[in-house]
Design a protein around this ligand. Structure first.
Ligand code: FES
Ligand code: FES
Length: 159
């Protein structure tokens, strides 16, 4: 059995027939080839599968593709191609905020979710916002540094 769904993914309309139990992350990776959305735990703990759905971040391993029907989905590929997070990505590179890179796409999407609220969040607020995204490599300090530096630079540019 399959269900007809329709989304906008990274600005492009997508029509597909999907099994009702297919998760959004699997659909993005296996059907659309958007493999920047990673899968770690596959039960809502690690955050590696984070994508945007209708402007809010969600865990792609906990959302069924059919639940996203009619929605607007944005993945790391979309955010990268649009340039929306180019400055954040540059700070991650400059500060060695990624090592293996497995957590990085979701970490960037989650950080941008905080940053686009504006202002310069405290380090505690950054830590709290990223607390649902696990990183096995970096020890988090460089990630917090990169997010904080991006927030400061954006605040400076908006003056
Ligand atoms: S793969 Fe979705 S939270 Fe870990
Ligand atoms: S850089 Fe390896 S898991 Fe975060």
């Amino acid at each position: 059995m399959s269900v007809a769904v329709r989304f906008v993914v990274n600005g492009e309309r997508v029509d597909a027939d999907v099994p009702p139990r297919l998760h959004l992350a699997d659909f993005l990776r296996d059907t659309l080839g958007l493999t920047g959305t990673h899968l770690g735990c596959e039960h809502g703990v690690c955050g590696a599968c984070t994508v945007r759905l209708d402007g809010a971040i969600v865990r792609g391993c906990l959302v069924l593709a059919v639940q996203a029907d009619g929605g607007v989905v944005e993945t790391i590929e979309g955010l990268s191609d649009s340039g929306e997070i180019a400055d954040l990505q540059a700070e991650f590179r400059a500060r060695n905020a990624l090592q293996c890179g497995y957590c990085t796409p979701a970490m960037l999407i989650t950080a941008q979710d905080l940053l686009r609220r504006g202002g310069v969040p405290s380090r505690a607020a950054i830590r709290e916002h990223l607390s649902g995204n696990y990183c096995r490599c970096t020890g988090y300090q460089a990630i917090i540094d990169a997010v904080e530096a991006t927030a400061m630079a954006r605040a400076e540019h908006s003056k």
